[in-house]
Design a protein around this ligand. Structure first.
Ligand code: NAP
Length: 276
């Protein structure tokens, strides 16, 4: 994996658990690669014949130009989180794809039993994760995806991924009428944080599902408020595990060992909390 910072990433624990469970003599390591060095890291992947690369901030968009081809989701988003080797008539090529959005859908549908098909969705935030989730919700058949962002232009561009140029709604109306609310902002991560956009907790209600992409802390103020009002909830750990599982499947061609990966993620998180 390349990114900066990567020191506290759970990805090595997740992926090394997967490789061990699959009986593969592979190892996954995190390289701290500074901004501007993404192209050199991809060149190193070619030179060293590294089997796969996870790409995280700040390189997700910057490495795109270094690749031979993009998968369909990466092509729509203009970012990648996964690089793999793929056979072509000209030999082996590097392909980039983004598994974040599909990982989110796998998590809420597979782990939490919430199927977004035909449902009204609200995404809070318009950054990289919001864009992945918005596109994935639309592809999963959501009836609508409203994007609420503090920068109108970015929110409109994000909403357009769902094919809905008018999907930027006022916060209160959108949240009150939603079946699914996704927090794709970092608000809730820091001690003392309130709800994203100072959302009125009274707008949340039974019958809704509230997903926070944050997984540390495991319970954010948004999730606490949602639970208190009878809504279903999930934090971001499921998305983290499922986007990694899709990477494992891409690199190895085998189904990912989800149980081993979940156990490793929980163990790594508890170790990290213990150290903090
Ligand atoms: P990003 O690209 O930096 O986007 C962050 C978004 O949140 C932007 O739209 C930003 O608005 C908005 N935002 C930041 N502070 C805000 C505030 N105080 N009030 C309202 N909006 C605010 O980051 P990202 O990669 O999308 O990540 C977003 C969150 O998702 C993070 O918490 C990250 O840890 C989490 N995440 C989780 C997973 C997972 O696997 N569970 C994967 C990816 C990301 P501006 O654009 O105006 O700054």
């Amino acid at each position: 994996m390349i990114g900066d910072p990567v020191r506290h990433s759970l990805s090595p624990a997740l992926h090394n658990a997967a490789f061990a469970a699959l009986g593969l003599d592979w190892v996954y390591v995190a390289f701290a690669v500074a901004a501007g060095q993404g192209a050199a890291a991809v060149a190193a992947m070619r030179a060293l014949d590294i089997a796969g690369l996870s790409v995280t901030m700040p390189h997700k968009a910057a490495v795109v130009a270094e690749l031979d081809r993009l998968g369909p989701t990466a092509a729509r988003l203009g970012v990648v989180n996964t690089i793999s080797w793929t056979a072509s008539p000209d030999g082996w090529e590097l392909e980039g794809e983004s598994t974040d959005g599909a990982g989110f859908i796998d998590a809420i549908r597979g782990d939490d039993g919430f199927d977004p098909a035909g449902r009204r969705c609200v995404v809070l935030g318009s950054g990289g994760a919001a864009r992945s989730v918005t596109l994935a919700l639309a592809e999963a058949g959501a009836a609508s995806v409203h994007v609420v962002g503090r920068r109108a232009g970015a929110a409109v561009q994000c909403a357009e991924l769902a094919g809905a140029a008018d999907a930027v709604a006022g916060l209160a109306d959108a949240v009150a009428g939603a079946d699914l609310i996704v927090n794709a902002t970092p608000v809730g991560m820091a001690a003392g944080d309130s709800l994203p956009f100072d959302l009125d907790p009274g707008l949340l209600h039974q019958g809704q599902f509230v997903a926070d992409l944050i997984y540390a802390p495991a319970t954010t103020p948004l999730l606490t408020a949602a639970r208190a009002r009878g809504a279903g909830t999930a934090n971001g750990l499921g998305m983290l595990i499922h986007q990694a599982a899709r990477q494992v499947a891409i690199w190895t061609g085998r189904p990912a060992p989800l149980e081993a990966m979940s156990a490793a993620a929980l163990l790594a998180l508890s170790r990290r909390q213990h150290l903090e």
